[in-house]
Design a protein around this ligand. Structure first.
Ligand code: ADP
Ligand code: MG
Length: 460
């Protein structure tokens, strides 16, 4: 079938954009078109004289090869200038004005798609970006270091060691680095692991007496990120492996990023050579955010969640929760659920105080693993025996996944312990469950509400 000039040019543009830089493509090929096709001669319209000069001098071969691919024979190419005004008067070519945009949009969508897939594969959250990370004096240095690393991996600060208490944004920052790099290049090779994953993979590699593929997997990458390394503090074998991985990656200027809940010098069981490696790079801490930063974070989170709350409630939350941003987010969700589940239209300060109590500290209920498992069984109306059994009907499997998710996110239990609590052998089942329920909460309002209700039930 004969292609229309418009279609030929659209296909050619798709080829061309793969062969030249994005900047050049955007600068010179926007508003370009095929003006005419006569026999073997194709006349290309450039938007101005400079663009035409570029076509003739710089991109002639690229254009010719793209057209040859599309029409499957070698054309003779001529160039002319078609200004925007001229274009408007020619109806046939005016359609072509959109061609460039549609090709650019297609490729932007494809890149976005690839990026989303890459984040999924890596197991990171695309929500954690630099531009929604609020910077204040408590985290300025950590943010600056992370940003520098994202822009110049391997060379800015290597290794980068970030430490601080739970819920202060460490994971957000290191995932922001990954998101930043993957957005530019979805094929950027990162290993992201919580040290438990590292540990578990290593144990099974050693067990199967096959450490080489494991080693290769880590060392072939361009960047290694280990979250919550404190977990391997007293595991000598893993430390050894981390150290070797470290050295071999470091040698080739590959970026290494480590997160911990405390500085290297406070990890007494850590082997001296590993500790001194950590100390040899950049060590930065994240502290508890001060009032203004908390308020800014609260505003940011409300914006993301689409909550419109009165000023006084924002201030109340900033005052009431001082030391953990995850708690702040939990509080906002709870307030938000007054509207979504509680059916309230306007939330008052009184409601908020009622939810969390006044300025006194929240009663310190300590949830135990069994509380979670029981609550899940109650909610989904299944028995303890069923949830721990091998049965995999949809309802039971789903309830089990919810329990795994809550054990992990609420009690921060190691994957392997979560697996054991539910009578499972394999920790990866838990990892999948956590990701699945996290994603479901984003895509499915019902799941989100169920989890919120479960949490309310547990925390009272
Ligand atoms: P950590 O890894 O230190 O325990 P996280 O990175 O998981 O903490 O942060 C907990 C939550 O708080 C996340 O949802 C994160 O987006 C949010 N958060 C922490 N610090 C900031 C910040 N400065 N700006 C915006 N959100 C933040
Ligand atoms: Mg974390």
């Amino acid at each position: 079938m004969q292609l229309e000039p418009k279609e030929i040019w659209r296909d050619a543009l798709s080829h061309i954009q793969l062969s030249i830089s994005r900047t050049h493509f955007k600068a010179w090929f926007s508003s370009s078109s095929i003006v005419s096709i006569e026999d073997k001669t194709i006349t290309i319209g450039a938007k101005n004289k400079i663009a035409r000069a570029y076509f003739e001098d710089e991109f002639y071969e690229v254009i010719k090869s793209a057209l040859t691919t599309v029409i499957k024979k070698e054309p003779i190419i001529k160039f002319t200038v078609v200004t925007a005004v001229e274009k408007k008067t020619v109806t046939e070519t005016s359609n072509q004005a959109d061609l460039f945009d549609s090709v650019v949009q297609d490729s932007a969508a494809a890149i976005q798609n690839e990026y989303m897939q890459a984040t999924q594969l890596l197991g990171i959250n695309p929500k954690y970006q630099f531009d929604n990370f609020i910077v204040g004096s408590s985290n300025r240095l950590a943010h600056a270091a992370a940003y520098a690393v994202a822009q110049n991996p391997g060379y800015a600060y290597n290794p980068l060691f970030i430490y601080g208490d739970v819920g202060l944004g460490k994971t957000h920052l290191i995932q922001a680095i990954s998101n930043y790099l993957l957005k530019q290049d979805p094929h950027y090779k990162i290993v992201y692991c919580s040290s438990e994953v590292f540990l578990n993979e290593m144990v099974s590699a050693i067990k199967s007496q096959n450490v080489e593929p494991f080693r290769r997997k880590y060392r072939e990458k361009q960047m290694l990120i280990i979250d919550d390394i404190q977990f391997i503090e007293s595991k000598k074998g893993t430390q050894e492996e981390v150290f070797h991985t470290f050295n071999s990656m470091y040698q080739f200027n590959k970026q290494i990023i480590i997160v911990s809940d405390r500085p290297p010098e406070d990890m007494p069981y850590l082997e001296a050579r590993l500790r001194s490696r950590f100390e040899g790079g950049m060590v930065v801490d994240i502290n508890k955010p001060e009032y203004e930063t908390r308020l800014a974070i609260i505003q940011q989170k409300c914006e993301e969640k689409g909550y419109i709350l009165p000023e006084e409630i924002l201030h109340f939350v900033a005052q009431r929760f001082e030391s953990n941003i995850r708690e702040i987010e939990g509080a906002l969700t709870k307030i938000g659920s007054l509207t979504t589940i509680g059916g309230k239209e306007h939330i008052t300060l009184k409601d908020a105080i009622h939810l969390f109590g006044g300025k006194t500290n929240k009663k310190n209920v300590r949830i135990k693993p069994n509380d979670i498992i029981n609550a899940v069984c109650d909610t989904y109306n299944i028995s303890l025996k069923e949830i721990k059994s091998a049965v995999r009907t949809e309802r039971i499997a789903y309830s089990r996944q919810v329990a795994m998710y809550l054990l992990r996110t609420e009690l921060h239990m190691p994957f392997i312990e979560v697996a054991q609590a539910l009578n499972r052998k394999d920790h990866t089942t838990v990892m999948h469950a956590v990701t699945k329920i996290e994603n479901l909460q984003e895509s499915n309002e019902e799941t989100k509400e169920e989890i919120e209700e479960l949490l309310q039930m547990l925390k009272g």
